[in-house]
Design a binder for this molecule. Structure first.
Ligand code: ADP
Ligand code: MG
Length: 384
């Protein structure tokens, strides 16, 4: 019985013709903040019909027809959340189906992308009063496990890690940096805490504490670094009987990713290779952009090995996985450039097709730094 459910879940999603599926891309607009209003900011983003996003700066109100004809002013996504959307709206539209699929042994991942201050951590972690996607997903997972009368054998493990400046750290048990190793299941962080979770109640506190363990900017005490990526992985292990009544073990993995601020990676000014290297640009975020570019273009070689983040997320991007991107944007006209960049990037992410299955991917040699920087320059040109 489980096998047929699992097959159905696997064929869902975007439904590409090669058996793979499309990445689902969502946009979430956050409310204008008091600080922005006090700085004289106006709202320059309008969301229409739950899908269309218009950048209205320099346009008269409701001039959507004109904006549709302008380049980079109108975008459309699988769903776009206005600033009135609740955490629950975002969870149920973007992630609930992935949770269902993970319970049937299929991997899923959700990325939040956007500039610093655009609402990524709010969307992923949220607050005690308004918990975000990470917490709502785990809550839903436990309630679905409880509802299922046919099992009682699901075991849930959580791990929470950070990639900062190409160093991987355990957010549940801070200490020495972790080393990435390749094993049968892919790339793993050796020694990463696998926390066995029994209920939702303990999880929010655990994640809040983990978030406090994220690296802070040396110059800004108590403020989370905008260059830190946080990855929560939820592994659900269970067993089923196969057709000849043998017990087989299954694992479904859900990865929830709060990416570093995109502002540096997408800086659109022309830079030389040298200044790129010196600019302390987030290598992992650049590598993610390069991988997405290569995936979109259907390249055979995807440069996963260029960063810690892309190594860790290899199965989530190109493998058999349901993938969701949530692009977070600010409504302020003072952030117009960032918002446009984020929307452009999200628009491009719509083109990625994830593979249905790739068991025998060939091992690839690491790209040189120069190749990566070249790719980046190309990407930046495109983003202009
Ligand atoms: P990021 O992680 O992208 O840097 P944050 O999630 O920290 O941004 O959001 C910046 C600020 O805006 C925080 O104070 C956060 O609570 C607030 N915020 C973000 N999104 C929302 C939202 N949808 N509703 C209310 N407040 C939000
Ligand atoms: Mg954040």
């Amino acid at each position: 019985e489980l096998d047929t459910i699992s097959e159905k879940a696997a064929s869902k999603g975007g439904g590409g013709d090669d058996g793979g599926s499309r990445i689902l891309v969502f946009v979430r607009l956050r409310p204008i903040s008091r600080k922005e209003r006090e700085a004289g900011a106006r709202c320059c983003v309008k969301i229409v019909d739950g899908r269309d996003v218009y950048l209205t700066e320099f346009a008269t109100e409701n001039d959507y027809l004109r904006l549709k004809r302008l380049r980079g002013r109108h975008f459309t996504f699988d769903a776009s959340f206005p600033d009135t959307a609740t955490q629950h709206d975002v969870y149920s539209t973007s992630t609930a189906e992935l949770v269902e699929a993970v319970l049937q042994g299929r991997n899923g991942s959700v990325f939040c992308y956007g500039a610093t201050g655009a609402g990524k951590t709010y969307t992923m972690l949220g607050t005690i009063e308004n918990p975000g996607v990470m917490v709502l997903a785990i809550k839903d997972l436990f309630s679905k496990i409880r509802q299922r009368s046919f099992d009682g054998n699901h075991v849930v493990h959580l791990s929470y890690l950070e990639v900062y400046n190409e160093t991987v750290r355990d957010l549940l048990s801070p200490g020495r940096p972790l080393v990435l190793r390749e094993d049968k299941q892919g790339i793993v962080a050796a020694g990463l805490t696998q926390y066995r979770a029994y209920s939702t109640d303990e999880v929010m506190a655990l994640l809040q504490q983990g978030n406090l363990n994220r690296t802070t900017e040396p110059t800004r005490c108590n403020e989370t670094s905008s260059r830190s990526h946080a990855i929560l992985q939820v592994a659900i292990e269970y067993h089923v009987k196969d057709s000849s009544n043998n017990i087989v073990n299954r694992v479904g993995k859900l990865s929830l990713i709060d990416l570093a601020g995109s502002e540096r990676a997408l800086a659109t000014d022309q830079r030389t290779l040298r200044s790129l290297e010196g600019a302390n640009i987030n290598k992992s975020l650049l590598a993610l952009s390069s991988c997405i570019n290569a995936l979109v273009e259907g390249k055979k070689h995807i440069p996963y090995r260029n960063s810690k983040l892309t190594q860790l997320l290899k199965d989530s991007l190109g493998g058999a996985c349901n993938t969701v991107m949530i692009a977070n944007i600010s409504p302020s006209n003072l952030s117009f450039g960032e918002t446009q960049n984020t929307l452009h990037w999200a628009d491009r992410a719509k083109e990625i097709r994830t593979k249905a299955y790739d068991a025998h991917e060939e091992m690839q040699m690491p790209d040189s730094e120069t190749d990566q920087a070249k790719l980046l320059l190309e990407l930046q040109k495109e983003n202009r």
